[in-house]
Every structure is written in C-alpha cells, then in structure tokens.
Design a protein around this ligand. Structure first.
Ligand code: DGJ
Length: 734
C-alpha cells in the first residue's frame, strides 16, 4: 500500500519503492512535515517531530504554548505573517489589503490512481493500480479559502508527485500573489544545491554549491523555462556522488516562469520549494474560482545522483511522454538548417534528401524559411503559407517527391511568433503581447503572439492544421526563439494583467494538446533556440526536444551530460553538423561528431551533397550502427561514468544498458591529447556481475564483474577530439 493514515497519531505515511514521506496533523490542525527520505517500515511520530521553545524572536500563535511556533515547525504548505519568518509557499491579498491567512486541516481522502490536472501537463498512470493519491484539504475559515494538497505515490517508479489547488469559497475576492507547488522543511542543513545553468548554445551545465545560511535560488523571469535555468534542483548530501549518498530531486512540470529555492534559516533547518515564479505574477480569484499549480515530481535516491536520474528517465520516458512515438524507436533524420539556412529551393532540398536516403536516413526535415517571403529572420512569422519562389509546386509536391524515395517529411514552425513585417501583424496588431503606450521590443525582429487569447490560439491551431492536412508531414519541429518582454494582454482587465504570462502557458498547452491529439501520427519535436524550453511541460506533448543550437561535439558533451541529470536520451535531439563548427569554429572528426550524436536522438544537420565519397561512406556506417543501437540508447538505462564538469574536464564517458542487462553501449571521449598519457581503465556500471559479456573490438569473454570492477582499457589515442565506443553483448546473445 502506497499511502496510510494512522488515526491515533494523525500521521500520513507515503511509501514508494525506496522512499518514505511522512506528515502529521499537529496541534489545532497545522499540517507538519515529518520526514522525506529512505523508506521506513514504521514511524515514531514523537521522535520525528521535535519542538523546542525558542526566544521571543520566534513568536507563538498561542501565548500559553511557548514551545509551539510556526517559525520552527517543519511544514507542508507554509504561510507568512503568523509566526513563520521563512519563505512562504503561498500568499494572498484580501480585499481589505492585508495578506494574513491561516490554513488548518479540514479533511482528507486516499484513493487509487492519479487525477489529471486541469489545463496542465503532468505525469500520468495507465491504470489506477499504478498509483495511490492523497488529497489533504486545508481551510481558512475566516476568508473561505480552501487549499487542496495533492500527493501521488507512483510506488514502483519510486516517485512522489505534488500539486496544489487553491479555491476561493468565500464571499470576497482574493488575489493570489504566490502559489508554489510544494514546500518541504528538513531539520538539517548539510546539503549541496545542484542545478542546471546556461545560456543559448550552452544549456544545462551542472552547478553544485554548498548551501549556506540564507536563500539559494534559481528562477526564470523570461516567460519560458529558459536556457538560463532549468526547472529542476536537487539537494544532495555533501558526500553524494554519482553512485552513493542522498539526492532529493525536484522537477517542475512547467514551461514558464518558475522559482526554485532552498533556505537555511537561523535554526539551521532547510526549507526547499518550487513553483510558478511569484515575480510579476498575481491571479485574481473571484468567489467560486480556483487556481491549479503545476506538478512537481519529487525523487529521492539513497544511491547517488545516477539513480535519481534513472528514476526521472524512466518516469519521463514512460509516464510523462505520450503518444505513438513514446515507445517507438525514433527515425534518423537529416535537417537542412545548418546545411542551407534560408538559401534553398526544391531541387536543393531534394538533392540533400536523396543523398540522405542513399545513406540510410529516414526523415528529411525542412527547417526555417519555407513560408511567406522569408529569406532571412526578419519577416513572415505568422504567415504560414508556402513561399512559391522557393517551392513553386508547394509543400504537398515536395512531400510527394519525398514519399517517392521513401523518405519521411518533417517541417519547421514557430507558431507562437509574429513578425512585424507579416500580413498577420498588419491585420491584427493587438494580437501580440504588449503594453499600451510602450515600445514593443523585438528580438530576432519578432514579437510574441498573445496566447492568453482564445482567438490567437484558434488562429495557430487552424493555420498549422491546414498545413498538416494538406501535405504528407510526419514530423513537426516546434521552435520558439525569444523571451517575453512588455508582458501584457489587450483583452485582460487591469486587475488581471499579471496573469498574462501564466495564461499564455495555459493557452500554449491547449494549442499543443489540440494539435498533438488531432495529428497523432506526427512526431513533434520541441525547440526553443535549441534547448531554451527543455522541460517536462513540453515533453508531455512532444516526446523529444532539440537539445541545443550548439552542435559542436565537444560543447555537446557538457550539454548532453547536464541534460541527462533529469532527461532521458530519447528526449534529446542530437545532430552531426559540418566543420568548422558553425557555433564555435572547432574542427572535430566525423567519428567523434557521430559518437556524440549517437548518444541521443540521432540525426544530421548539414549539406550532405558537399560530402566526399569517403565521408558519405562513413555516414552510411554511422547510420547503420545507430539503427542497431537506437533502442538501447533511447530506451536503456543510462550510467554516467566520467563527468566533463569535474577533474581535468578533458574526458567524458557514459553508457546505456538494456533493461535485461544483456546489451550495452559505452562511449568515451577525450578532448585534448596528452603527452605520455597514463594507462587508464574505464570501470563500467549497471551490468550483471554474474553474466559473461563479449566486447566489440576486444578479444575474449569478460565477466560483468570484471568489466565493472576492473574495467576495460582505454586504448592509446593520438590527437585532439578522440572518441571510442564499445558495443557489449551478453555471451549467449552475441
Ligand atoms: C532555432 C533553432 O534552434 C534552429 O535549430 C533553427 O530551427 C532555427 N531556429 C531556425 O530559425
């Protein structure tokens, strides 16, 4: 059983495979947090909750009880203003201007399954037996505020999810100023704070810092989850490594502004919370109205960061991503963007596609520049009509020609945007996000459509659907190339303007839901200038995302390694591009570029017609090899072996192991050559120590134990930018 309630001591005990999470109703209905960590058989609530009277600087709600203060009570959904001085999980403004609220336990229910969240993406179950949920209702009787805390235990997956629904059941308006998705208090402070940081073309680099007293936070104010910060943090025990120690992951299923923070207060306890960023956010609740927060996915691992990542990978691969392609090996693609940019015609595209077909590639993707009069990035977004100068016979004809060579057809869109130089903007200048009398700041000469508006969402759905219905398109790349400024909507009243950014996200999710439901045979890939919106919210609609606009093999090591902290390889678009690389000018071998890209969702992004016969031959071999490997890489368990963020930063290694441990793919990369390099062994992980394996390219039979504890020898490598990959098979399968 995942969830139990003990009436005697009023404790809730949530149990997943190796995790316990315990709460208690204390005093006059406060909901206390007692424990989150390794699974416990039973709990002794008195031992878990220790209260101690402090000084007059931590006030007491009841004068008669000097021991009880909300400033020291570990809580589940804390408020500010009535004795707790730490960061609150929520805050509301009443009609009288004040912000004091007081939530007490009202009732709870435990039930099988996992409810959907209204209008928001979330992890799901396929049958009610996979999960058990707990809803705890808290009530502020003075203002009629009801808060529904929802917890779901996905027992076998070792995951607990949380979200919150706040409802105004009073007679007056309430204004939400803050509504985070969760909060947890630990009565310890010895944590490191891990997060994924970056910028355009440098996404999700791992940052790990020791927590110190005060607030440590990351956030996005960009209107999307952003290149800069990913909606994920982990608290780690200070001894935590890839394979040992405690990791507490918090991953927010949301693609907009978020805040994640950890606060060590003066009593050395740590409060951690995550949710929609309260910055520039407010939400009016008229009587009877409610607000749903996004879901946070909480993963505890007692076996280091690697195990936490594998838990996220499995969950996100199987119970966040959806649709036909969720479990299907993804096609190898050729994308024309870095090959031609805006300079192409039908003949050029078909030449690339035909060359790709000869080499075994399965899908041709036509990127930006096929519509309006778009010969550069300064016009036509919003006018989703084919450019007859480039494609005189239209998309349908191009699709037909691709079909004739048995190549699938993929198409790029940037549906959320409008260029000032477009028919759409000329006829609907108020359809973009803007604020009256203020500049409409452009970025890449474009503005953002106001997806908080129904009519705008309808326009996007219709224009994209028309294209998808009229040409044989089986893949869509959904791009988004700027962040929000002058965030305001022409349709919202003054007291709802600060709802715009979240309403935009709700509109975006609605549009994505409609299109992915109507076009179930289309494989959708998310993109935002590479990985500017690489988050679980998008993955709910699109099972893969273009990881980064940086396609340099060396830069990709950090980007893909960092991304793998939360996201599985099946979600990571990874392409081989031309050299010198267009982002950093580096020249790496085709082999290394191939090996890096094969560690994700593989493809090419260059003009294949410019390749020599020798290079084409190498591509052919790479494509064939990836086809053999792709199920393993996309759906296997990933083990990280050497981090590009640590030590010399000169090496990186990772491997994928099939669920039954019969097959593995190991990749090792060395960046700069070393003179008189030492002999090194690579110790593998995740194999079966009792099984015998054959390693491609190395004579002999090796026990799984030998491969893991002694390792395989890294061969002598001459020159910069080297890679070695090994395919490993269990003996009787070899
Ligand atoms: C940004 C994307 O990340 C690129 O892959 C490419 O599609 C361009 N936009 C096209 O404008």
């Amino acid at each position: 059983m995942g969830i139990t309630y003990n009436e005697n001591n009023k404790t809730f005990h949530l149990k997943a495979l190796d995790t316990s999470y315990v709460m208690q109703i204390v005093k006059d209905g406060y909901l206390a947090h007692l424990y989150w960590g390794k699974k416990l058989r039973n709990v002794n609530a008195e031992e878990l909750l220790v209260l101690r009277g402090r000084t007059s600087f931590s006030a007491n709600p009841e004068d008669s009880d000097k021991v009880f203060s909300l400033d020291t009570l570990p809580q589940e959904y804390p408020a500010y203003g009535n004795t707790d001085f730490r960061t609150p999980a929520y805050q509301l403004q009443l009609e009288n201007g004040t912000t004091i609220t007081d939530l007490r336990y009202e009732e709870h229910r435990i039930f099988k399954g996992k409810p959907k969240l209204q209008g928001l993406p979330a992890t799901y179950t396929e049958s009610d037996d996979e999960a058990e949920s707990l809803e705890i209702v808290l009530y502020d009787k003075v203002i009629g505020l009801k808060v529904y805390l929802l917890y779901t235990v996905l027992e076998k997956l070792n995951v607990i999810t949380r979200s919150v629904y706040l409802k105004n059941e009073g007679e007056n308006k309430l204004k939400l100023l803050r509504a985070l998705s969760m909060s947890v208090d630990f009565i310890r402070e010895d944590f490191d704070f891990l997060h994924l940081n970056g910028s355009w073309a440098r996404e999700r680099h791992i940052i790990r810092e020791k927590l110190t007293p005060g607030i440590h936070s990351i956030e996005s104010r960009r209107g999307s989850s952003s290149h800069e910060h990913n909606p994920f943090i982990a608290l780690l025990s200070q001894d935590c490594t890839e394979d040992k120690g405690e990791a507490y992951g918090l991953s927010l299923v949301y693609s907009g502004n978020f805040l994640a923070q950890a606060e060590i207060n003066m009593y050395k306890s740590t409060r951690v919370n995550i949710g929609i960023n309260p910055f520039d956010f407010a939400w009016l609740l008229e009587p009877g109205e409610g607000f749903q927060t996004p879901e946070v996915v909480m993963v505890y691992s007692s076996e280091g960061i690697g195990s936490m990542s594998r838990t996220y990978h499995k969950l996100y691969r199987t119970r966040l991503c959806r649709g036909k392609y969720r479990d299907e090996a993804r096609p190898v693609l050729i994308n024309n963007w870095e090959g031609t940019y805006f300079d192409f015609n039908e003949e050029k595209l078909l030449d690339i596609a035909k060359e790709g077909k000869k080499l075994g590639i399965e899908l041709f993707v036509l990127d930006d520049g096929w519509f309006g009069k778009r010969n550069s990035d300064n016009c036509s977004l919003g006018d989703w009509v084919v450019d007859k100068n480039k494609l005189p016979k239209g998309l349908a004809n191009l699709g037909k020609q691709l079909e004739a060579i048995n190549m699938k057809f993929g198409l790029w869109f940037e549906p959320e945007m409008v260029s000032p130089d477009s028919d759409l903007y000329r006829s609907h200048p108020d359809w973009c996000l803007h604020v009256p009398d203020r500049t409409r700041s452009t970025a890449r000469t474009q503005l953002i459509l106001d997806l908080s508006r129904e009519d705008v969402c309808e326009y996007i759905i219709k224009s994209i659907s028309d294209i998808l219905r009229n040409a044989p398109i089986s893949y869509v790349k959904w791009d988004m190339n700027r962040n929000m400024t002058e965030v305001g909507s022409a349709l919202l009243p003054a007291d709802r303007q600060r709802e715009t950014a979240h309403r935009y996200m709700l509109g975006l999710y609605k549009v994505m839901d409609k299109l992915t439901t109507d076009f179930q045979d289309v494989l959708f890939e998310g993109c935002s200038g590479g990985g500017g919106r690489f988050d679980p919210g998008i993955l709910y609609y699109m099972p893969q995302i273009w990881t980064s606009d940086d396609s340099d093999a060396v830069e990709r090591l950090k980007i893909q390694y960092g991304t793998s902290i939360v996201y599985p390889a099946s979600t990571m678009g990874a392409h081989v591009s031309a050299v010198p690389n267009h982002q950093v000018g580096r020249i790496t071998s085709l082999k290394m570029r191939g090996d890096v890209a094969m560690s994700g969702n593989f493809g090419y992004e260059l003009d294949l017609t410019r390749f020599s016969e020798e290079e084409k031959e190498e591509v052919k071999v790479q494509v064939a090899k990836y086809k053999e490997l792709r199920t393993l890489v996309q759906f296997g368990d990933m083990y990280r072996l050497i981090s590009p963020f640590e030590d010399t930063k000169n090496e990186t290694s990772w491997m994928y192991v099939s669920e039954d441990k019969s097959e593995s793919f190991v990749a090792y990369f060395r960046i700069l050559a070393e003179a008189d390099a030492p002999i090194r062994k690579l110790r593998l992980k995740g194999l079966d120590s009792n099984k015998d394996y054959i390693v491609d390219g190395i004579d002999g039979v090796f026990g799984g134990d030998e491969l893991m504890y002694s390792g395989i020898t890294i061969p002598f490598l001459f020159g910069d930018y080297q890679s070695v990959v090994w395919k490993i098979k269990v003996l009787d399968k070899a």
